[in-house]
Ligand binder design. Structure first.
Ligand code: 3AM
Length: 187
């Protein structure tokens, strides 16, 4: 079985910059996402038989034919479930969030047809930066200031990636298994 998820990869310079956020804000119980692992998840599939990968790929290929490349820009930091009781610290998507949502919804529907469990919570495009072991309050003012460093950061989303996630004691290892281009041009 392979543990899989679909995601949007982020350019290395942006990952590097996001990876440095950990030096600028302190949490008592944070487990920060390693710089090379920072990404934007579209759909988590979980444990999947290897022989299903081709079918998954081909269904998502069909979807990508109906979605043109788009741009995303970053907005502000946020936390799940809330800033007062943070468990996950993330960076949100401003411009292009609608496109990412639309793409994620189509993938969700196609994967549901293949028998994958549908996500109960609405999809909220976000880039996870840290997971907190204990509920902690986050310093919103500090994060607002930090977010200013990312104003104007844009990502061209031209393809999406099927990742394998291997959980190890040293942290997860994400390996790209397949990349699928979004439709080019208008035709
Ligand atoms: O990048 P984020 O944090 O949004 O949280 C996991 C990560 O998403 C999520 O899949 C991405 C790659 O691991 N994930 C892990 N287990 C999950 C689960 N059981 C899950 N999402 C939903 N259900």
């Amino acid at each position: 079985m392979l543990r899989l998820f679909w995601a949007i990869e982020l350019p290395q310079d942006l990952r590097k910059k996001l990876g440095k956020v950990r030096e600028k804000i302190k949490f008592k119980s944070a487990k920060w996402v390693e710089q090379e692992n920072i990404h934007l998840t579209l759909k988590f599939l979980g444990s999947t038989p290897e022989e299903k990968v081709e079918e998954i790929r081909s269904e998502v290929e069909k979807i990508c034919r109906n979605h043109q490349p788009f741009q995303i820009s970053l907005s502000t930091f946020g936390a799940f479930p809330s800033n007062k009781k943070a468990r996950v610290l993330w960076f949100g998507v401003a411009q292009g969030a609608d496109k990412a949502i639309c793409l994620a919804k189509d993938i969700e529907k196609a994967m549901a047809k293949l028998g994958f469990e549908e996500e109960r919570k609405p999809y909220h495009p976000h880039i996870t930066l840290a997971r907190l072991k204990f509920l902690e309050q986050i310093d919103e003012e500090r994060l607002k200031l930090l977010a200013q460093n990312f104003e104007g950061s844009q990502v061209e989303v031209k393809e999406i990636t099927l990742f394998q996630s291997q959980l190890t004691p040293k942290g997860p290892i994400y390996t790209p298994l397949s990349r699928i281009a979004l439709k080019q041009g208008l035709g």
